[in-house]
Write a protein that binds this ligand. Sequence first.
Ligand code: ZN
Length: 146
Amino acid sequence: MTQPNHVVCTACGAINRLSTGQDATSGKCGKCGTALFTGEPADMSATKLERQIAKSDIPVLVDVWAPWCGPCRVMSPQFAAAAAKAEPAMRFLKLNSDEAPELSTRLAIRGIPTMLLFEGGKEVARVSGAMSSSDILKWVEGARGK
Ligand code: ZN
């Protein structure tokens, strides 16, 4: 872990470079001053999400959901709890599929909730259905170990 980590601001999309040993939890965006990590999943537009996926050095976990989806509402606090535990080693993001139909189609989302894990700009794993926070973290660990 000697490489600098590029982290994309969830507010303005600026790419921030974290130096080794820097405490990312207290880091602020060099452009807009927003905290780089809040311990809470950030809602993304399609454009912002694609930038996060393409430019982040850390793994990006995306919860694809919709307001009318019951299981999505069940999972939402679980996803947030997982974010509180796993940030800043990972980025937790949410995509409302109703507001991003084109990207949802491109990502081949067939059911929600669906979680997508990206590393180095590429999808490495996905899973559908509501999960508990501990199961989410276990799944990520397993998916990254492959
Ligand atoms: Zn910013």
